[in-house]
Design a binder for this molecule. Structure first.
Ligand code: DGL
Length: 291
């Protein structure tokens, strides 16, 4: 890790540390909030549960409003505020924005507004890509809102100004995945078109900048080929969460058997059916909520 990355990393821990002191009610046994517009955040949840198997989780899938990616910024921020308010009432000890669109649009505006630390995917994704790339040509695929925000581009250039960032919005992917089109011929054909301009430029690293996209990893890696490393920001984001909780003695006891609650704003049955196909562990039940 280069010294710039190290510095940004330590700044980050200091700012979380201040928040946790200010909000001293945080408890080890409190749950962690994780959310997305739908099943995308389950790819992040897999990494969190792998690293932190003793933590209780509340997962919100805002399926009534999926997709977020074509909405105006103020609407995305309003939606995120409602979700974070819900987590505040549930007394969570931290929140992971398991959504690239929320991380790029709402995180910069809302990160200081709550007492609990909020983890975004952008910086972890940018760091992961810079760790992987050899030729400094990094591709980013994400929703339209994320690409237009230039969040990845800006963060990568903060960390390494000589890196070249090439972006391609993929607006059809989220509706397709939520509709259950994962490894179909249609998905593949669309993916070929989305990746074409990036591969033509010779990227050696591709950030999956939307948390739905790791569900397409087989299709994407077969198109990108063995010379392009696919980066899922959630691995580094889960590490950042562990680091923040560990530093402040907020990790739950190792004897604790974790409980997972799934809250959805849309149809419960639809979430259970797709969630159980895509998530690494069974989802027995979910509850519908209004935000
Ligand atoms: N998983 C969300 C993301 O990472 C999808 C956004 C959407 O609903 O369009 O951006």
């Amino acid at each position: 890790m280069n010294s710039d990355i190290q510095k940004i990393k330590s700044d980050k821990v200091v700012s979380y540390s201040k928040k946790i002191e200010d909000g001293s009610k945080s408890e080890k046994a409190s749950p962690i909030g994780v959310f997305d517009s739908g099943v995308g955040g389950l790819s992040v949840l897999s990494q969190i549960t792998r690293l932190l198997p003793h933590e209780d989780i509340i997962y919100i899938a805002d399926t009534a409003r999926v997709p977020y990616g074509g909405r105006p910024d103020d609407e995305i921020i309003k939606i995120n505020r409602e979700i974070l308010d819900h987590f505040e009432k549930a007394k969570v000890k931290a929140v992971v924005m398991a959504c690239g669109t929320s991380s790029s649009i709402a995180y910069p505006v809302l990160k200081e507004k709550y007492k609990f630390p909020i983890i975004s995917l952008i910086r972890p994704g940018a760091k992961a890509a810079l760790d992987k790339t050899h030729n400094q040509k990094i591709g980013v695929i994400a929703t339209l809102a994320t690409i237009n925000s230039k969040a990845y581009e800006g963060t990568i250039h903060e960390l390494k100004d000589t890196a070249k960032v090439l972006s391609s919005p993929c607006p059809l992917f989220v509706p397709m995945i939520e509709g259950g089109f994962i490894e179909t011929d249609e998905t593949r054909k669309i993916a070929v078109e989305y990746l074409k301009p990036l591969l033509k430029e010779g990227i050696d690293t591709l950030i999956l900048g939307c948390t739905h996209y790791p569900h397409l990893v087989k299709v994407l890696s077969s198109i990108a080929g063995p010379n392009v490393a696919l980066v899922d920001p959630s691995e580094y984001a889960a590490n950042e969460l562990m680091e923040v909780l560990g530093k402040h003695q907020l990790l739950n006891s190792k004897n604790h058997k974790a409980k997972y609650s799934y809250l959805v704003t849309g149809k419960v049955e639809q979430f259970l059916e797709l969630g159980n196909k895509l998530f690494s562990r069974p989802i027995a039940s979910a509850k519908q909520i209004k935000l």
